[in-house]
Design a protein around this ligand. Sequence first.
Ligand SMILES: C[S@@+](CC[C@H](N)C(=O)[O-])C[C@H]1O[C@@H](n2cnc3c(N)ncnc32)[C@H](O)[C@@H]1O
Length: 227
Amino acid sequence: MLRSWVRFLAEWWRDFYHTGAIAPSSPFLARAMTQVLKPPRPTWRILEVGPGTGSVTAAILQQLQPGDRFDLVEINPRFVEWLQIRFASDPRFQPYVPQVYLYPTAVEEFHPTERYDCIISGLPLNNFRSEQVRTILELFERWLQPQGWLVYFEYVGIRRLKMPFVGKSEKRRLYRVGRITQRFLQKHQTQRRLVLINVPPAFVYQVRINCPSDNLHNRSTIPSAVH
Ligand SMILES: C[S@@+](CC[C@H](N)C(=O)[O-])C[C@H]1O[C@@H](n2cnc3c(N)ncnc32)[C@H](O)[C@@H]1O
């Protein structure tokens, strides 16, 4: 646990843009992020984006059922190495190795061939450029089954807290990111839960994807992009 915090803090210092937090998610936040995986449910394809040191991963593994497939996408090679060590040696991770696929890449470069039933994202969207946020949310919509789940978190009041301390262009970026995520949440069925025991406290968003009707004709494969 302590080593996980130290590693996280080091990565926050080295690469704040992608790490986006000073500490890994607390077990309380991790549990709230994985509520939708609770049985009873059929076997699922699950994707975790931005697993970091694996605090949410551990909670996902606790809910993993035989027959589930669990993919992880992580951009930071040091976190990837850390996760590989955990899957090789941590008794809470080791038993699930046959069901798990770890992809060391940016989510924008990832190309799944089949849809997911659930995507759990730890991405720090509030750090990203607004166009990047839009692209990532569109990818999530495309990769999920109709009525699939997207779960992600956001630190409480983070955009509003930052506003007084940043320049004009950063204010504009934060405003745009807020508008894009707001519109996304309004398009789908969304539940928000507050988790106080986390550094800092966070809202968890559970989003049930309302897909356009044409997606319903092909439930399992990803439609190729139309240019
Ligand atoms: C706020 S941390 C969350 C870590 C972990 N899920 C947790 O809750 O403790 C964000 C994570 O997203 C990863 N990340 C950031 N941008 C990414 C991208 N474009 N593609 C994949 N992973 C990314 C970071 O390297 C980091 O592991």
